[in-house]
Design a protein around this ligand. Structure first.
Ligand code: TPP
Ligand code: MG
Length: 603
């Protein structure tokens, strides 16, 4: 029987599962692993980063982009601790990743040895499978098991390997399960009575909406058809934005703080919410609204509000069932829907839809006008107008955490195959640039952008050198407002003094040059396009570039505070006129007034 080093047997298993690269930074505890990585360098690429957290975030982002297992490395103790943030992000977003973690030699474990930390307990709240290998012989099997578990349980697996094990020669006879594993498809239809009940509830509602999340992935046609047939306005979670094109008249984008005004307005005014494929946690809906929750995950149903009806089903299948049932009941073109709604005035639902459409139009017009402003420093709307124009049709955006999320939710055009990846739930700053690194490695033929604030980028900026080393043609944009802006806004809302939010101005272009990345700076809106064009020339020559955009520290309009009526919500907005004047939002009407004009009753 052939022999192999235990660490090489591990690499064989990774290769069987299609792992293309490993992100990390070595330590003594990883010597045998690094030796095996060297031996397998033709099949699995090593991506050395300057901070393990960046490698970990890149691995998580890779799995977010591809849906496939991605691998990060951390050495014993401090290296492992740097992986906690990425792993918890993967946990909250249900992302399959594998962390290979070093440990002191097995005969030194439990003696408070140099760099020793019992690592598994640190990952208890994050990992779906979290073990220390007990013998050199079992290393390939444990890695194989970890990957199966990560896929099945949709989350991070952590394998801790004592330093000495990887060097041990073992029988080369382990056959991985990679070829036999299938991902369950879980097409689960709702039962037909429940589908009929949804139509009954819709008929009884006055201001119905669909609110969808990522569970609606792949159901764009069904959503469009449903909106057209029953005149249903729709709102989605921030992350579900790319499911539709974004410019559909019925689609208000998102609600909450990372949101649009029509998204907030329509969600708040709805009296019926078909809550599909989402676990959206913020209370942005009326407490009196009737909810139907449709989800493939039973623990999510009824978790966020009082639910009238819970339906365990996959969203695309459920939407097709709903469409079929609606066409049966109301005719192929929905012509009988109005008369079926006999408990409600016939015109109501159409007027409601029309009011929502008008609200969105008003909002879009306001944003378009703001994008024309030639300000110094630059306004968000102008920047995103240029990005929308210049980015490739299928560009990939690594997005950080902060105001950039509000801007992306409102302003980035994600239609036509563009995608964004971010840290939506755990919201760990520094995510954008590692996500761009992963995208550029995985999709060398697509255009990749990294969008960060000055706080977020500063957390990970040394890994610009990783981009340079691997010649990753990434457009790194950093929005310098000299503030932790997202938190500054929170401090304003709590009426406290600004505390700890001020950031020193950084010349990021100069910083980039130090990391061998070409840097540009933009001060004025009118320079934007020409500078970004020069930057694009650099990426087209196969190299990364950084553009430091000195952006306004004006707060983006807090749409979640825009009142439903000019008066009546004194706790939120004491003086409506002052509020809209401050945000130059005089052209936007409270939604209550738009509804009044359309004859729709609301609060
Ligand atoms: C690791 C981490 N630390 C702190 C926070 C809290 N936080 C959320 S957004 C934000 C400010 C981000 O600042 P910046 O990157 O400059 O973006 P801006 O909002 O100014 O555009 C902070 C501190 C976080 N989400 N993650
Ligand atoms: Mg900032």
């Amino acid at each position: 029987m052939n022999k192999t080093l235990s660490a090489d047997a591990m690499m064989k298993v990774l290769n069987d599962w299609g792992v293309k690269r490993v992100y990390g930074l070595p330590g003594g505890s990883l010597d045998s692993t690094m030796n095996a990585i060297y031996n397998w360098r033709d099949k699995i690429k090593y991506i050395g980063v300057r901070h393990e957290e960046v490698g970990g975030l890149a691995a998580v982002a890779e799995a977010k982009w591809t849906g496939k297992i991605a691998v990060m490395l951390g050495s014993a103790g401090p290296g492992a601790a740097h992986l906690l943030n990425p792993l918890h992000d993967a946990a909250l977003d249900h992302i399959p990743v594998l962390a290979i973690v070093g440990q002191v030699p097995s005969d030194k474990m439990n003696t408070d040895y140099f760099q020793e930390m019992p690592e598994n307990p640190m990952f208890t709240s994050s990992a779906v499978y979290n073990r220390t290998v007990m013998t050199p012989e079992q290393l390939p099997e444990v890695i194989d098991t970890a990957i199966r578990k990560a896929y099945e349980l949709k989350g991070p697996a952590v394998i801790v390997i004592p330093k000495d094990f990887g060097w041990v020669e073992i029988e080369d006879n382990y056959v991985s399960s990679a070829q036999k594993y299938s991902t369950p498809q879980w097409q689960l239809p709702a039962n037909e009575e429940d589908v009929e009940k949804v139509l009954d509830l819709l008929e009884q509602s006055s201001r119905p909406i669909v609110y969808f999340g990522r569970g609606a992935q792949g159901a764009a046609d069904e959503l469009r058809e449903l909106a057209a047939l029953l005149k249903l306005p729709m709102v989605s979670s921030y992350l579900a934005k790319g499911i539709l094109e974004g410019d559909e008249e019925f689609y208000m984008l998102s609600t909450g703080r990372v949101a649009t005004k029509p998204g907030v307005d329509v969600a708040r005014a709805a009296d019926f919410v078909l809550f599909t494929g989402t676990n959206f946690e913020f209370p942005m809906f009326s407490e009196e609204a009737t909810f139907v929750d449709v989800n493939l995950n039973p623990s999510v149903i009824g978790a966020r509000h009082q639910t009238k009806l819970g339906i365990l089903a996959d969203v695309p299948t459920f939407l097709r069932q709903l469409l079929n049932a609606a066409k049966k009941r109301y005719g192929e073109d929905g012509a009988n829907y109005a008369s079926a709604r006999n408990s409600q005035p016939d015109s109501d639902y159409q007027a409601w839809y029309a009011a929502a459409v008008e609200d969105k139009k008003q909002w879009d017009a306001w944003l378009a006008k703001r994008a024309e402003r030639n300000t110094n420093p630059v306004g968000f709307e102008s920047v995103y107008k240029v990005i929308n124009k210049m980015a490739a049709k299928d560009a990939l955006f690594g997005v950080d955490v902060g105001n950039v999320n509000i801007a992306v939710a409102r302003l980035l055009n994600l239609g036509g195959g563009r995608r964004q990846v971010t840290s939506p739930l755990y919201a760990t700053m520094g995510f954008g640039m590692p996500a761009a690194i992963a995208a550029a490695l995985e999709y060398p033929d697509r255009e990749v952008w990294s969008l960060s604030g000055d706080g977020g980028l500063a957390m990970v900026v040394p890994d610009l050198i990783t981009q340079a080393e691997h010649e990753l043609p990434i457009m790194n944009l950093v929005f310098t407002n000299e503030s932790l802006g997202y938190i500054e806004a929170e401090q304003d809302d709590t009426h406290q003094p600004h505390s700890g939010i001020k950031l020193q101005n950084v010349d990021f272009a100069k910083v980039a040059e130090g990391f061998q990345v070409t840097g540009f700076t933009v001060h004025k809106a009118e320079e934007l396009e020409s500078v970004l064009q020069q930057a694009q020339q650099v990426t087209r020559s196969g190299k990364p570039v950084l553009v430091d955009i000195k952006i306004t520290n004006e707060r983006l309009l807090p749409v979640e505070q825009f009142p439903h009526r000019r008066s009546g919500e004194p706790d939120v907005i004491a003086d409506f006129d002052k509020f809209v004047e401050h945000f130059e939002a005089e052209a936007l009407e409270p939604f209550g007034e738009i509804l009044d004009r359309h004859g729709v009753k609301s609060f």
